[in-house]
Write a protein that binds this ligand. Structure first.
Ligand code: AMP
Ligand code: ZN
Length: 462
């Protein structure tokens, strides 16, 4: 039985699907005005692990991810510049070009981290009609009001507004010292923003309320239900989305339809730099691209993340990344040795232990500890290791094959090769054959060619 921590109920719950054997999964995607930083990528690795674990458990997963290419303002309080237009100014390109460029960059990050692509990608700008339809529904039901700069959702009309974040709505309203402009309540949020009168926006559309653009939250409500229906099974994102973005998605979708948006809400904890959340605004971030220019394997970053539970904070440092890179290399080498061993080991016991860890709210650190213990005790075979990798996503098979093709010779092997070269020069054939056997024991076949000795990994016996 798969147990997941549901942020909505603040409890561990047994996972039950709406439709037998099928899971509808929605992940809040990137705002494509810049490269994703590696903190953002933690959110996508977390949902990838969830998706892989669901598939491992036999579910057919329909995974939808949005691309925010309009409407996400620099301030969560519906103020400030649209991040897309900001990106366009920064780079002297159109907002559309910025979006297209960073979508490709994001897809590359996912590919490099071996994150499986969603079943459906959806761009906010391709779903303006659906967003307007949803706002009209809310208007008809009396949940909206108009201000000088847009159409807003009136959060005081929804008695359980803020339930996800446990917000004390009344307190927020009464004691607020924050400027709320024309809004009726501090928690009210924009559904549709009007284009400014003085400046022409690059991205704007006509609507029943005037020319403008959708608010950030409405896109996820409109697109998730367009592809998954309402309610759907699982919604994911980082914990920073709990108090505003996800709270508002829930408010508007439940107000419109009178039923839950999603049954389970899963949130990953932050990647930190020092004591702070890694973020673009704090300028304390790094990207996968930067790590790659420093010669880190992206999968070492994936392996680093797998060592901490998704609901625990993780402090990033290059030291921990280097340690993870070494750990991963060691795992590939051990996997190669296991591949070359004839094994009588039965799968059942370790598979049960592994699955128990996975199904205990995706306890990947525990699952890794089980794998390492089994490797050390020589209690795991190659086939089951590859099966586990369907969840870990560390590309074990490909990397073992790479090790076999691109030999890196240890000092021990090199010494034996040098001795064998001398023996052959001295025409000491028995010694040459003995050294060949020694080298074979260390996992290498030697071939004598005109240009000298060539070695290849001993091929697999399993
Ligand atoms: P954004 O593009 O800002 O909407 O963020 C994309 C995803 O990254 C969201 O799910 C955020 O919650 C998540 N996120 C942002 N910063 C971090 C961080 N430092 N650690 C983990 N997740 C994060
Ligand atoms: Zn979202």
């Amino acid at each position: 039985m798969l147990i997941l921590y549901n942020s909505l109920t603040r409890r561990l719950e047994a996972f039950k699907t709406i439709k037998k054997g099928k899971v509808g999964l929605y992940t809040c995607g990137p705002t494509v005005y810049h490269y994703a930083h590696i903190g953002n990528l933690r959110a996508y690795i977390s949902s990838d692990i969830l998706k892989r674990a669901l598939t491992y458990n036999g579910y057919k997963v329909k995974h939808v991810m949005n691309i925010t290419d309009v409407g996400h303002l620099t301030s969560d309080a519906d103020e400030g510049e649209d991040k897309m237009e900001k990106g366009a100014k920064r780079e002297g390109k159109t907002a559309w070009d910025i979006a297209n460029f960073y979508i490709v960059a994001f897809e590359k990050d996912l590919t490099d981290l071996n994150i499986l692509f969603p079943t459906i990608w959806c761009r906010a700008t391709d779903h303006i009609k659906q967003q307007i339809k949803l706002i009209k529904k809310l208007e008809k039901k009396g949940f909206t009001y108009k201000t000088a700069d847009g159409i807003y959702f009136d959060t005081s009309k929804l008695p359980d507004y803020g339930k996800l974040a446990n917000l004390k709505n009344q307190e927020l309203r009464a004691g607020a010292r924050v400027g709320i402009g024309d809004k009726k309540n501090i928690t009210d949020f924009a559904l549709w923003k009007f284009s400014p009168k003085i400046e022409q926006r690059q991205m704007e559309w006509s609507s029943p309320w005037g020319i403008g653009f959708p608010g950030w939250h409405i896109e996820c409500s409109a697109m998730s239900t367009e592809y998954l229906g309402q309610p759907f099974d699982i919604h994911t994102g980082g914990i920073d989305h709990i108090p505003v973005h996800h709270t508002n998605e829930i408010a508007q979708s439940e107000a419109a339809e009178g039923k839950p948006l999603a049954n389970y809400w899963l949130h990953n904890e932050f990647l930190l730099t020092g004591a702070d959340k890694m973020s673009k605004s704090a300028d304390n971030f790094t990207t996968l691209q930067i790590l790659q220019t420093q010669n880190y394997n992206p999968l070492a970053y994936r392996y680093l993340l797998l060592q901490t539970h998704y609901r625990k904070q993780l402090n990033f440092s290059t030291e921990s990344l280097t340690a993870a890179a070494n750990g991963l290399k060691h795992l590939y080498e051990e996997a190669q040795k296991i591949k070359n061993k004839k094994s009588e080991i039965k799968d059942n016991e370790i598979e049960t232990k592994f699955l128990d860890a996975i199904n205990d709210d995706l306890n990947i650190p525990q699952a890794l500890a089980i794998i390492w213990e089994a490797i050390n005790k020589n209690e795991i075979n190659y086939k089951i290791l590859l099966k586990f990798d369907n969840i870990l996503g560390l590309n074990i098979k490909e990397n073992v094959e790479k090790l076999e093709k691109e030999p890196t010779i240890t000092d021990d092997v090199q010494k034996l090769l040098d001795l064998r070269k001398n023996a052959r020069n001295e025409k000491n054939w028995p010694e040459s054959d003995r050294l060949r056997d020694e080298i074979k024991k260390l996992g290498w076949d030697v071939e004598d060619t005109k240009s000298g000795q060539i070695i290849t990994r001993v091929t697999s016996k399993t």
